[in-house]
Design a protein around this ligand. Structure first.
Ligand code: C2E
Ligand code: CA
Ligand code: CA
Ligand code: CA
Length: 279
């Protein structure tokens, strides 16, 4: 009977698309990765365009797979999101990122903002507040140094829920940013209605600056309106000096992109933070 069962399983597997089998294998490996602590965070600086100082960093997860090496998040975050593993993974990310920010401060480095990506599932269905409170407490980090990043799609999914949750975060002093702004369906008016602190302009706009006048007009409008609502504007993904010049001319506040730095491991980021003029 056992053998038969094995046969059935094998037959079932062979009928699954290789895509589904791949997903199952990844899910299994992600469980192991969590248990074996195979995830690492890299940090990408956000640089003030007026002073050149590092105002904050975004924590970006990588998976140090023993066989495949460093796996980028695009290859496993969507599967983690589908399977629910994103919740314990984000718990780890928040705890690790807050602990890192706390230890940088205790080492005498300037207080910078630590930005963490929050997925749809956790924002809409999980105990985000409980996880955030726990991470801050365990790290001994003041709430104002933590910033959560959510995309337009997450913001728009359930407007009442979004309002409640963002209010609770604001009450604690945690900052909130809209990630990938311009790619989804978030009307500019929502920037006024929700308690948000930062707008991150999507890389796709930034990379066409100077090449496409319509993109430039959209970027200029986003920056102006965001400023009207007293929001801080961070441009994502600037790679060239001319893109940076355009963003300065458009009055963008800060920049996160390869032009200044790729996401780097914690030790490398410490060196940047210790240097008052890193770029
Ligand atoms: P994102 O939140 O939009 O993060 C920015 C991505 O743009 C990062 O890719 C970063 O390396 C890349 N980037 C920054 N500057 C430049 C540039 O100048 N040029 C180019 N070509 N790329 C640039 P990464 O680290 O591969 O992350 C991809 C996505 O994975 C993130 O996009 C985010 O959606 C997701 N992700 C990463 N870490 C986490 C996490 O801890 N939790 C969750 N839920 N999602 C995460
Ligand atoms: Ca992000
Ligand atoms: Ca982004
Ligand atoms: Ca993105």
């Amino acid at each position: 009977a056992r053998e038969e069962g094995g046969d059935m399983a094998a037959r079932y597997r062979s009928h699954m698309s290789s895509d589904a089998a791949q997903r199952l294998a990844t899910e299994h490996a992600l469980h192991r990765a969590l248990a074996q602590q195979e995830f690492v965070l890299h940090y990408q600086p956000q640089v003030c365009l007026k002073t050149g100082r590092i105002l904050g960093v975004e924590a970006l997860i990588r998976w140090q797979d023993p066989h495949f090496g460093l796996v980028p998040p695009g290859r496993f975050i969507p599967i983690a999101e589908e399977t629910g593993l994103i919740v314990p993974i984000t718990e780890w990310v928040l705890a690790t990122a807050c602990a890192q920010a706390g230890s940088w401060q205790r080492a005498g480095m300037p207080g910078i903002t630590m930005a963490v990506n929050i997925s749809a599932r956790l924002f809409n269905h999980g105990d985000l507040l409980g996880i955030v409170d726990h991470a801050l407490m365990a790290a001994g980090l003041e709430a104002r140094f933590l910033e959560i990043e959510i995309t337009e799609g997450v913001i728009m999914r359930d407007l009442d829920h979004t309002t409640d949750l963002l209010r609770e975060l604001r009450r604690r002093g945690v900052r909130a940013s809209v990630d990938d702004f311009g790619t989804g369906y978030c009307a500019l008016g929502y920037l006024r209605d929700f308690p948000l602190d930062v707008v991150k302009i999507d890389r796709s706009f930034v990379q066409r600056l100077g090449a496409d006048v319509r993109d430039e007009a959209v970027t200029a409008t986003i920056i102006q309106i965001a400023h009207t609502f007293a929001l801080h504007v961070v441009a994502e993904g600037a790679e060239t000096a001319s893109q940076v010049r355009r963003l300065v001319a458009l009055d963008c506040d800060a920049l996160q992109g390869y032009y200044f730095s790729r996401p780097v491991p914690a030790e490398e980021c410490s060196r940047l933070l210790r240097n008052p003029q890193p770029f």
